[in-house]
Write a protein that binds this ligand. Structure first.
Ligand SMILES: [Fe+2]
Length: 443
């Protein structure tokens, strides 16, 4: 019996891939939902006792909805080298940026230019999946991606381009990547930074790409000692936010200091009427201190940073002091002013998964959906129609019912956040706690 919390309860991996059709639904799937709700997370096949949650083999899960029905559930491993060797599957074709790459990806699953990709930070290539989640190939976007990708591209709603911050532990620079709407990289910018920091996410405004250079850095001593996750907090590395003009080069970055902290995820960013960059972020006061294994973290809160490109200190304020993570918006508002945000509220014992929060930032109000027995994974917002108002749509989340040890996809109307769900799709197997996902519309 393991004592590793990331191998027990609903963190525990499932052994098999599953396919099931015509799922039971309590309530009714809205007719306008035609697509697949995808998500991904770690599902280690042979974890060690000091297994780190960020490093498990990837498994992607999908529920297909159409015409008021839940047509199928599928779970598939992302076929990395370890899995292929263990199960006798052929090695997945395609280019690898790094010789160290395992061919795996476990952190996010996206749809771009007609293709689905499982993605990860720190050097793994995107892994293309087919419509039924089978691994197709390791990808470098038709030979156009020169380096690492990331788990958190930001899609510009006006251009349909992806903006990404790549990093690789073997590099002394970061690499900003823009993937055009046709699925090919059209621009990269190398950005020198000291200490090889871990950079999980980024942000975008109308005119700027935003770089988070934060004090979690590569732990060279840990790496040499064989640590499986050699990153640690640094009291020496600066905490700063860089504004890179979207059409600019590395010399154009405006760096701004903020109080020491770490971010996994921003909620969103935009420029206000005065041209200042408003950044709403889930702020961790510390992370991986002293190391990623056995770390002191502190409560993550929703904070607002206002950065003036003409100079002066960053104005930092707290929007919500409740613990939270996995922030999402109505992504038609990416890089534009947003009113609403949807976050996960951690559960008992410091688990990242519990209820859900909905922030109305105009009214300064937060609703907390805390439903007995249910632990929600990250919620994804899907608009009711392409031109419906912000927040007029559905929040969909994979949830685990602790007593029944069973999983569901819960569909809420975002404007009835505390009310009875529109539908609960019952899944045939448990879906372990994972990282991120997205809705892929059939349209
Ligand atoms: Fe993330």
């Amino acid at each position: 019996m393991t004592s590793n919390p990331f191998l027990t309860g609903n963190f525990a991996p499932v052994p098999d891939e599953t396919t099931a059709f015509d799922l039971s639904v309590r309530g009714r799937v809205p007719d306008e939902l035609a697509g697949r709700l995808l998500r991904i997370g770690p599902n280690p096949i042979a974890p060690s006792e000091n297994y780190h949650w960020f490093l498990g083999n990837g498994m992607v899960h999908g529920v297909a909805l159409r015409e008021g029905r839940a047509r199928w559930y599928r779970s598939r491993f992302v076929r990395d080298d370890e899995l292929c060797a263990a199960r006798g599957w052929p090695k997945v074709p395609g280019p690898r940026f790094s010789e160290l790459s395992t061919g795996g990806a476990n952190t996010n699953v996206i749809h771009h230019a007609g293709r689905i990709y499982a993605i990860v930070e720190a050097g793994g290539n995107p892994v293309e999946l087919d419509d039924e989640l089978e691994t197709v190939a390791s990808s470098d976007f038709e030979g156009t991606l020169p380096g690492p990708f990331s788990a958190h591209p930001k899609r510009c709603p006006d251009t349909n381009e992806l903006h990404v911050m790549g990093y690789y532990p073997g590099w002394e620079h970061l690499q900003y990547v823009v993937v055009a709407a046709d699925g090919r990289v059209r621009k990269t910018v190398d950005i020198p930074v000291p200490d090889r920091p871990m950079i999980h996410d980024c942000a975008l405004t109308e005119n700027y790409f935003i770089v988070f250079d934060l004090p979690v850095i590569l732990d060279l001593e840990g790496a040499e000692a064989g640590s499986n996750f050699p990153y640690r907090w640094s009291n020496e590395h600066p905490t700063r936010v860089g504004l890179l003009p979207r059409d600019g080069s590395a010399e154009d970055i405006l760096w701004n200091s903020v109080e020491p902290c770490f971010l996994f995820h921003p909620l969103n960013a935009y420029e206000d009427e005065a041209g200042r960059v408003v950044l709403d972020v889930v702020r961790h006061p510390r992370l991986f201190d002293p190391t990623a294994l056995g770390s002191e973290e502190g409560t993550p809160t929703l904070d607002r940073w206002i950065v003036d490109p003409t100079g002066g200190p960053v104005k930092e304020s707290r929007l919500c002091d409740r613990p939270q993570e996995f922030p999402r918006i109505d992504e038609r508002r990416t890089a534009k002013p947003h009113r609403y945000g949807y976050c996960g509220a951690p559960g008992d014992g410091g688990s990242p998964f519990g209820g859900l929060l909905k922030h109305d930032l105009e009214r300064g109000e937060t609703l907390h959906r805390d439903e007995a027995g249910y632990l929600y994974q990250e919620a994804v917002f899907v608009p009711r129609s392409p031109d419906s108002d912000e927040d007029d749509g559905y929040l969909m989340a994979y949830a685990h019912h602790t007593e029944r040890d069973a999983s569901e996809v819960v569909i809420l109307h975002a404007q009835d956040f505390l009310g009875e769900p529109v539908a609960r799709v019952e899944l045939p197997v448990r879906v372990p706690f994972g990282f991120h996902g997205n809705w892929v519309s059939d349209a």
